[in-house]
Design a protein around this ligand. Sequence first.
Ligand code: AMP
Length: 474
Amino acid sequence: MTTPTFETLGLAEPLLRALQAEGYTTPTPIQAQAIPLLLDNNDLLGIAQTGTGKTAAFALPLLQHLSANKRKTQPRSARALILAPTRELAIQIGDGIKAYGRHLNLRHTIILGGVKQHTQVRAMARGVDILIATPGRLLDLVNQGHVRLDQVRHLVLDEADRMLDMGFIRDVRKIVQAVPAERQTLLFSATMPREVAHLANEILQNAERIEITPKTVAVERIDQGVIFVPGRQKRALLAEMLEDPEMKRVIVFTRTKHGANRVAEQLEKQGVNADAIHGNKSQNARQKALDNFRRGRARVLVATDIAARGIDVDDVTHVINFELPNEPESYVHRIGRTARAGAAGTAISFCDGSERGYLKSIERLIKRPLDVIGTVAANDDGDDVTEDRAPRRGRPNGNRNGQKKGHRGNQGNNWSNSGDKNGAKKHGDGPRKGAKNGFKKGPKNDRGGNGSGGNGQKNNRRRRNRRPEGRKVA
Ligand code: AMP
């Protein structure tokens, strides 16, 4: 089969020109599959996450339909409606529409919460071709009579599972009810919980289904590893790792908003430019943090899962899971922030004793164990160390040179991905670089240190499981 091009997918010339300007040469798999189906007016169920190119996959056919059937916009109305769960995602979709539609004469606007409604009401007065909105504010404006949905002919629900997580599903249902039944409907979701499947059933008609599995995104281009580290030593470890200049643009994930603030503050104190982004921050603060990060004014962005959904910043070199997510799917979303647009990337997860269950769930989802790239021994009696998962020789806190146990200064470690200088990343071949600072990076998938891999690893795990819990390495 020949590889499709944007041209052979059936896109019109003004769109092709815009794609060229964006530097897109080849359609991503979801684009190759979805664009012809959507141009053909089908409904679509897309199981895919951000990072797969799904925005262009739905935006390009949408722009083509709207420009081919040019109609005057009606006051307070939209011809197409795109619903997104977060403000960041809505803004990014808006950026995509603007970029891909630059040679078309179509109007779009964004409606989202957290800012005054006045400008949004004004932008809707004449009507738009494309409305991108978060559900809560949209429903609010619909109820106030500022927005009408009876002209909508194309409806896109993006990140439906996140809508569910954020409690938007009822609002979404109400919005869908206000949209005429005669329409094209697209639903995208990274995962398919039961409620999302029900929703898809209700709103789609004879939909085509496309599934871009997260594991291809996760495994192929991202160098993933875990460091076992007691909770209270995570901040010191993070600070030390950030001394590596190869960590140029880093997203650090925490589970809580409070945790994100704390980590960002700590990094700032240590002279690392860092911003936090989470749901308690105002829209302006979030946008400012994102801009700072995008422009390189902040090297580190500390984020919670919800705020990070849809963050689309190129050249993120590293994702660090300061805390593991309790939903394994979030792991895949998080690490998808690196290795965007075909680049390689590195994802490092910190795992303390209480998070091993989360680690197991993640490994089950991605169908492979994470490489153990280091173990930090407890520096007091407060925390246990994960001896049963990591090789002893990996412990970083040895007191060679008479150094104090616990956190040590950076001695030239290297946490960058194992790609060569041409950007080609080797995966799974050759030995891993040894770290010079004592965080030894073991051979890939080295969990038990017996070097036997395969069954040996399994047996080793079984043997280790018989050990009394809580023994310390240090
Ligand atoms: P998305 O999954 O829509 O968030 O897109 C992820 C990233 O990939 C964005 O930065 C897009 O600009 C980029 N992208 C999307 N499609 C392509 C393509 N065909 N070629 C290169 N980059 C792309």
